[in-house]
Every structure is written in C-alpha cells, then in structure tokens.
Design a protein around this ligand. Structure first.
Ligand SMILES: CC(C)(COP(=O)(O)OP(=O)(O)OC[C@H]1O[C@@H](n2cnc3c(N)ncnc32)[C@H](O)[C@@H]1OP(=O)(O)O)[C@@H](O)C(=O)NCCC(=O)NCCS
Length: 202
C-alpha cells in the first residue's frame, strides 16, 4: 500500500503517520513554525530551563524525577529517537522559541496518539500561542493520516482544559487516574482554520 502524500518525500525508517516528525512544519499565513527537536545545544538548554520552572512544570511533569536536569535531558534525547513520539519546538516569528508541542504513544495502526503542549516562556502565556501550536500540529498530523488525538489533563489545569475544549472533544475520566480528565478529538470532526497553509520542510 502506498501511503505517500502528494508532494511529500518518503522518509525511510518511520511508520507513515510518524514521518511528519522529521519536517519543520510552517503555517505560511501564521506566526508559528514547529521545528523537530534535535541534538542542537540551544534546544536542549531551553528544554531543561522550561521544565525546571515550577509554574510550567506544575501540571506538566508526571513524576518528581522530571525536575532533575539529567532526567529532563535523557527524556529529551529519548524523544528524538523514539518511534512512537514526535516532539517539536514552537518557534514564534516575534518571540522566538517559546515551548514544545508533541505527540506520544503514536499508534501507526490505530492512527491515534496523545498530544502534549508546554509553552515554557511564561511571558507569552495567554496570547493564543498554545492554541495556534496545537492547531498546526493537528493540521499536520491530519494530513499524514492520523485519525484520533487524545489529551490527558490534570483536572486543576484550567488553561489547558480551556485550550482543548476549543476542539470538538468527547470527555471522560479514567477510573484509576481520578485527578486527570481525558479529551478525545476525532480529526474527522475538526478542520484547521481556513487561513492555514502548511509547508513541510525537510
Ligand atoms: C496550557 C498552556 C499551554 C496554555 O498556553 P497559552 O499559550 O497561554 O494558551 P492560549 O493563549 O492559546 O489560550 C488557550 C485557552 O486557554 C485559556 N487560558 C490560558 N491561560 C489561562 C489561565 N491562566 N487561566 C484561565 N484560562 C487560561 C485562554 O483563555 C484560552 O481559552 P479561551 O479560548 O476559552 O479564551 C500554558 O499555560 C502552559 O504551557 N502551561 C504549562 C504546561 C502545561 O500545563 N501544559 C499542559 C499539560 S496537559
């Protein structure tokens, strides 16, 4: 079965829905680029700086070990190589690099994944950047055939809950993880903003 999308080169070694993780994704009519994370020293240093900020990490970090720089760096390096994860630095045309948006647990057969977002530069919170970054990511993965995206959010994380409620979500609570709410976004029920025109640059 040939799953190549028109105009997009094939990249060997990744399942088709994950090939998008190797491209810089640009919204030609918007201020954001999603740049794949790499061994770039600046990207690594920013990632550590953002995740060490207790306000950013409050609902973002899943374990106390995530506040140890060496563990943050290890998780970062693992995300570059993992075949079920796709992580991008969010680069804004006015503000520069401001955070990360990513998919984890990508299932290329069921074509679903978990989405995560961290706007690490607190000075740019509440400017619509988190929402725009998730829009670009979802539009990108939809082009690559992804069907459903889920978000798992701490029930006290109001900014994140408000952000994901802007999508056509169904909601449920996991039986054993009571402090989290789960949102499911069927991408067939969501279309990117009409002004959005994506470029994929390898
Ligand atoms: C959650 C987060 C990504 C939001 O990023 P952002 O760029 O500030 O969000 P936006 O400006 O795009 O706003 C998105 C929605 O959240 C709302 N929002 C943002 N910050 C808010 C706050 N402090 N209180 C209440 N609502 C807030 C906005 O009003 C908007 O909702 P609306 O469209 O209904 O008005 C950012 O706060 C963050 O990175 N937090 C730390 C990491 C984290 O918790 N990540 C999520 C893990 S699931």
């Amino acid at each position: 079965m040939n799953e190549q999308k028109e105009g997009l080169p094939q990249i060997e070694g990744y399942p088709s829905v994950l090939r998008f993780k190797t491209y810089t994704i640009i919204d030609r009519n918007g201020p954001l680029q999603l740049v794949p994370i790499s061994l770039d020293a600046g990207q690594i240093a920013r990632s550590i700086q953002w995740e060490l900020d207790s306000e950013v990490a409050k609902y973002y970090s899943m374990s106390p070990f995530d506040s140890v720089p060496a563990i943050i760096e290890k998780n970062y390096l693992q995300a570059i190589h993992d075949k079920d994860e796709a992580r991008f630095e969010i680069v804004h045309s006015d503000f520069g690099p401001v955070g990360h948006v990513f998919l984890s647990r990508v299932n290329p057969f069921q074509k679903n994944a978990l989405v995560g977002i961290m706007v690490g530069e607190k000075s740019v919170w509440r400017k619509g950047i988190g929402k725009q970054a998730v829009d670009v990511l979802l539009a990108g993965v939809k082009k690559f055939g992804m069907k459903t995206i889920e978000a798992k959010i701490h029930i006290d994380n109001e900014p994140s809950i408000r952000l994901f409620r802007t999508y056509p979500v169904t909601t449920w609570r996991q039986k054993y993880i009571r402090e989290y709410v789960c949102f499911r976004i069927p991408l067939s029920h969501w279309n990117p903003p009409e002004s959005m025109e994506l470029d994929f640059i390898s």
